[in-house]
Write a protein that binds this ligand. Structure first.
Ligand SMILES: Nc1ncnc2c1ncn2[C@@H]1O[C@H](COP(=O)(O)OP(=O)(O)OP(=O)(O)O)[C@@H](O)[C@H]1O
Ligand SMILES: [Mg+2]
Length: 205
């Protein structure tokens, strides 16, 4: 017979319970690190009693609904930090999460075009489609060639269709972002999330 739950035939000691708790905390920490988040923001303990904190709560409440949000605006306003807090939240909820800068996505794909490449375009795409929660940071750092725009739209549309959550981050202004991201993604942003403009004081001083 399969799928028989394991039975606990003796009482746990306090030490067993503590060890189990510690193991779970370490597992969550490993998942956060493996998601690819930058070390600086992972180690920061941000003050969240501000406009950013409110937005963070809104997005947290929508994880696992197939949300698509864009965080845009001035440098240093904590966009990446906000993304890292969301990844931490997701990992604590045992939701699979990945952080990537957009350029890495294109570079991962380009790697597969080399002779004797050890991955394929489909496999790279799968890495970006599989996590329930994906952050694509620095989305403005792309050439905006036809190839890049189509690939990005394809990936985001696939994630949208599969009810996966995605956050895009850019330093562009509202108008420039809307122009560069294209109607297909704008329409999905409109339906399942929106654009959050971060134009408060920079945390970098
Ligand atoms: N709420 C906060 N409280 C304290 N420190 C913060 C907060 N948010 C961000 N920081 C710190 O401020 C710095 C800038 O934040 P972050 O890198 O997230 O900004 P950003 O908006 O992503 O900037 P850029 O647009 O240049 O990528 C980082 O060192 C980050 O850890
Ligand atoms: Mg950033």
């Amino acid at each position: 017979m399969e799928n028989i739950p394991k039975t606990y035939d003796q009482k746990f000691s306090k030490e067993d319970i503590e060890r189990e708790k510690e193991f779970k905390i370490q597992q969550i920490e490993r998942n956060i690190i493996n998601s690819g988040v930058p070390e600086r923001q992972r180690l920061c303990e941000p003050d969240l009693k501000n406009a950013l904190g409110e937005k963070l709560d809104l997005m947290k409440s929508e994880i696992h609904t197939g949300m698509l949000y864009a965080l845009i605006g001035k440098r240093g306003t904590g966009k990446t930090q906000c993304a890292v807090q969301l990844i931490k939240y997701a990992c604590n909820k045992k939701i699979s999460a990945k952080y990537a800068v957009t350029m890495d996505f294109f570079m991962d794909i380009k790697e597969t075009y080399k002779t004797h490449a050890d991955s394929t375009e489909a496999r790279v795409l799968k890495d970006y489609l599989k996590p329930q929660f994906l952050i694509l940071d620095e989305i403005h750092e792309r050439g905006e060639s036809e190839w890049e725009n189509r690939l990005l739209t394809h990936m985001i549309d696939k994630r949208y269709g599969a009810l996966k959550d995605t956050i895009l981050i850019s330093n562009q202004t509202h108008d420039v972002f809307c122009m560069s991201i294209g109607n297909s993604i704008l329409s999905r942003l409109n339906e399942t999330g929106g654009i959050i403009v971060c134009n408060w004081e920079s945390f970098r001083g």
